[in-house]
Design a protein. Sequence first.
Length: 498
Amino acid sequence: MFRHLGCSGDRIVSEEQPIETNIDWVTGLGKVSAWIEAHAGMWPAFAFRILAVTDGADVPPKLQTLAVHFQASPTPQATRSRTRLQAPFVIEGTITHHEFLALVERWKQGASGQIDYWAVPPPEGITNFWWQQDVPVSGDHFPLVEDLPAFPSKYREARLSGGGATLEQETRTWLQDRLFDVNPNSRGQAAVFSRDYLATPWGMDSPYLLIHMPLAVAMDAHYDPDGQQARIEVHHRPPLVPGDFEVRVGTGLYDSSLDVHVPVAAGRDANGWDLARADLNTPPGGLLKVWLSKRGMVADFGWELSVDLGRARSPELLRERFVADWYRFGRQDLSQEVAVRMPGMGKGDRPPDAFELALANAFGALGYSVLFAGHLLQSAGVDLIAFDDRLHRAYVISATTGNDLAAKLRTWLGMLPHVAPALEPEWTLRPVIITTQPASSLVASELADCQRHDVLVLAAEQLTPLAEVPPDLQTFATLIGRDVPAPDPPARGRFGRY
């Protein structure tokens, strides 16, 4: 596993690769136990939803577990459960922290564990886990069982997800028939049923397990124009303490050389979480960016906010802010369309061109003229072109939810002889590949090839401004407009940061 020892101030941080694939059953569940023990006291309860089929006529029934969904909860709750459906058999409820750890240990041994008064065996046939450590919560692609307290910052989590061999056809047919019984209008759509009853993107074709452990850390900020002071509040639960956090403020892009502010304890918030606070003197005007880091995390920062310092009301400002309303009108969330998606599977019920549309809307909100291909125009690798009238630049965008930069580069180079004569020299072409995957999942040699062909690559880390509330379109425009960096020397293998 890739590891890097980084130094930040007086702390030495051991960095582990945040995403791992092809993990076996025991190793995957072991990572869950280790993550919980490393955050002792943060999650007093675990919410669950489980789908099973009954085996025989025993009372209580003997179960064959097919799908499991757990979420660590920061809210103390007593053990409870209820039967949501009889056929298929769906139970939901909450168990305590200790009961969940005991269940995991039993499942690691291949034995049934206790969930309230149910003896629940582990789902059989799961052969491959995907472990993500300290990554943003992606509710559209990995939905939560229960809502977390609402804050303007996004939550981060560790999650384990996995599947395996295809279920027997007889079982799949029986499930489809029962789905039709539950809701004939859904035409037996597995995705609809799974969302309604399990809060998962499960397709019912193989056994499935999903475990969320969202960090109980959130941030909000307010500006007092009279006192010219910005107040940053960090909401957290044990074992974290104010000294575990670092706050940096600035404008535009993150810069690790910015002054570090350590928040001080300020009591409890309305949710009963611990509250830490940092008050900073800041003159009015513009947009203040706030970055929050947690000791020991892999990324430079984990939480990000924009604070309006009295930016003058203007048509341009209202157009930028309107894009978030535009998505709400459609009962969608722009931040979910730019979230990390599992490569090759589990992309939820959002089509891939939802990401392309999100980028087109972001460019439109910035005032660029946009030509959008979508799924109707087969544009051979060019999904949209955004024209910056001020700089006479044409950003030729190839959007992807995967990490195959080589394929995207090949299609662009094939399109270049057709696009360039039609636009140059009046327009300067700026090709960009944008992926929802993190930089750590990209192959360094493919990235270097893109850079040698003057193609800018933006990864999940550079999409975080679009996930803010409201989205920080000005920073996104800065990222799009920057020069292509020189390729790194070869033989670096995979890289950790970009």
